[in-house]
Design a protein. Structure first.
Length: 296
């Protein structure tokens, strides 16, 4: 199988991660349709290339050495948000969840409000079974279109292998679109809920800085990673050009020009403090691209 056109080589990826660290992609392509996505996935499998997707980059840590294989960025048709029937929204894998929540609000639809505080894409949210502020993605899904090297299949939520912050999708299975089945509601009430959720996030989490969101998973709902890190003295803890946010210790901030190696060193220091004080070994929530090795 011949190499598809439109591939870029050694494309810098730090700009596609909100924390702003990481190296380049060996191969990179933008994808705007199912047909193009299928073509690239089939070629990558035949050529033996690993495949990764960058979405909003809000929960990803990219290796300083870069990423081998093919890295995809979905856009075009795969970023659309369209109404389906009276109460459905069909959203491309590259559609951003805050935009989905806002569109639902405009249409007087409820059920996806929590998405306003998840700064990622629909595809990434499906892959990670995203949840926030009491909402869970799997509850609102009607179906998901998955593109792989063999074509497109439509799957119900129960066929996606959902668990806590994970799904059963492999690297060659890409979320092209999803249908959210929502419920009618007073538009003003939905807007008020969105405003409240935005205010709660702004009050609790840092904004306007380079970060990738939650660093570690919560061991339990009562003993959150942020609380444990804070009690272990990690607020403002700095290594090199990165620090744990003084506002919320489960957020790593890039102070300018940081490397992924510095992020990993800071994560290890915070994890060690929590383990020493509480006997709890925190697990990373941030996803990785390339040969990122957690130092523990």
């Amino acid at each position: 199988m011949s190499e598809p056109g439109g591939l870029e080589r050694e494309r810098p990826l730090a700009r596609y991660a909100t924390v702003g660290t990481g190296g380049a992609a060996e191969l990179f392509a933008r994808v705007g349709s199912d047909a193009r996505l299928h073509e690239l996935l089939a070629w990558a499998r035949a050529a033996g290339h690993q495949v990764a997707v960058v979405g909003s980059g809000s929960n990803v840590l990219i290796a300083d050495e870069g990423v081998r294989g093919l890295v995809l960025k979905l856009d075009g048709e795969l970023a659309r948000i369209e109404p389906v029937g009276e109460h459905g929204l069909q959203c491309g894998g590259a559609a951003r969840l805050p935009a989905v929540a806002a569109e639902a609000s405009r249409r007087g639809l409820s059920g996806i409000e929590f998405g306003v505080n998840i700064p990622g894409t629909v595809g990434g949210a499906v892959r990670m079974n995203a949840n926030a502020y009491g909402g869970e993605l799997a509850r609102t899904l009607e179906w998901v279109d998955i593109v792989d090297p063999d074509g497109t299949t439509r799957r119900p939520p129960e066929a996606l292998g959902f668990g806590y912050r994970r799904s059963g999708l492999d690297e060659h299975e890409i979320v092209a679109r999803a249908l959210f089945a929502l419920t009618p509601a007073d538009p003003e009430q939905v807007k008020a809920t969105l405003a409240d959720l935005r205010a709660r996030r702004h009050a609790a989490q840092p904004s306007g800085i380079k970060t990738f969101g939650s660093t570690f998973k919560n061991p339990t709902p009562e003993r959150t990673a942020g609380l444990l890190l804070s009690q272990a003295g990690c607020n403002g803890l700095t290594i090199g050009r990165v620090r744990f946010s003084p506002k919320h210790a489960n957020f790593v901030e890039n102070l300018g020009g940081a490397s992924t190696a510095e992020v990993l060193a800071l994560m290890a220091a915070g994890r060690d403090r929590v383990l020493e004080r509480f006997g709890i070994a925190l697990e990373p929530e941030v996803q990785t691209l390339g040969p990122v090795r957690f130092p523990w």
